[in-house]
Design a protein around this ligand. Structure first.
Ligand SMILES: C[S@@+](CC[C@H](N)C(=O)[O-])C[C@H]1O[C@@H](n2cnc3c(N)ncnc32)[C@H](O)[C@@H]1O
Length: 278
């Protein structure tokens, strides 16, 4: 079958499944699964795909109709300029989170010694270490499956020599905090709101990566309580936050003696990150 016919046919059959941009998805799947560049798909009118290939594609579209995210179907995700493996145990990295890297680079923040809490696929640290070639990062997660994937991604992206991997509950296994900066995108959805999230999120991202407790702020409090208890001067903390949590997280940071607190917006101009110094 010609690719152009296949795309038309697929567009029709996906019409009723509520996908935001089915054409973009079809083209992306053709690129990822059959290695057909967008240019080839659009300009090579004679391009054909085999019956076997169509059957392979059908399996993907069947899963997509059940709202399984493409990252979880293809076990692959893009984050800034890196490619990451993802699976059912890992949170799929979001474009909103990329802004955290921009902030560190644009603000020229010292990132030689990084601690990342709740690393998931390793997206944040791997991206940062690709930029800061002499920096080091200790990455943690409570999920050992996530740590396994983060290490695999670090090997693939050639940053593993700059990283250490620890499976632990926030800061519970740290006795001192000899880092320039702690970064984290912790779970921050209110427990009672998880059921209202899109199926793609609530059915496919691990609950532990979403659940921020009764008010969505439990992880921030736990992390900041531990920093206060361990005691550290000259430490910068940069968190991702929910777009409506800036005020509350600012207050929690102030209660924990943080100064020079700044809020940064994401690419949709919504408050997305908070930075403070202690
Ligand atoms: C929202 S995801 C962020 C993942 C990744 N940093 C990113 O931005 O794509 C939150 C991560 O925190 C981890 N996590 C949840 N509770 C934790 C805890 N108590 N200690 C350490 N990590 C935790 C989850 O397993 C998950 O990987």
């Amino acid at each position: 079958m010609r690719v152009s016919h296949y795309v038309k046919h697929k567009l029709k059959s996906l019409k009723h499944y509520g996908l935001e941009n089915p054409l973009r998805e079809i083209r992306y799947i053709l690129k990822e699964k059959l290695n057909l560049s967008y240019e080839e798909q659009i300009f090579n009118k004679d391009l054909v795909i085999s019956v076997h290939e169509i059957l392979e594609l059908e399996k993907i579209f069947e899963e997509r109709k059940k709202k399984k995210p493409l990252s979880k179907i293809l076990n692959k995700s893009y984050f800034r300029d890196i490619i990451l493996s993802v699976n059912e145990h890992t949170f799929s990295p979001r474009i909103d989170t990329e802004v955290l890297i921009d902030i560190l680079i644009e603000q020229k923040i010292n990132c030689k010694n990084i601690l990342e809490l709740g690393t998931g696929t390793g997206a944040l640290s791997i991206s940062l270490l690709k930029h800061y070639k002499t920096a080091k990062s200790i990455v943690t997660d409570i999920s050992k499956e996530a740590i396994y994937i983060a290490k695999k991604n670090a090997i693939f992206n050639n940053t593993v020599h700059q990283m250490q991997f620890i499976c632990c509950d926030w800061l519970s296994c740290f006795e001192n905090l000899n880092f320039d900066i702690i970064i984290s995108n912790p779970p921050y959805v209110k427990r009672s709101e998880i059921k209202f999230l899109d199926d793609e999120v609530k059915n496919y991202d691990p609950l532990i990566s979403l659940d921020g407790g009764n008010d969505g702020l439990v992880s921030y409090r736990k992390i900041l309580d531990s920093i206060k208890k361990i005691g550290k001067k000259n430490l910068i903390v940069l968190f991702e936050i929910g777009f409506d949590q800036a005020k509350q997280v600012t207050n929690i940071m102030k209660e924990h003696n943080f100064k020079k607190i700044q809020i940064f917006n994401d690419y949709c101009n919504l408050p997305r990150c908070i930075l403070g110094k202690v």
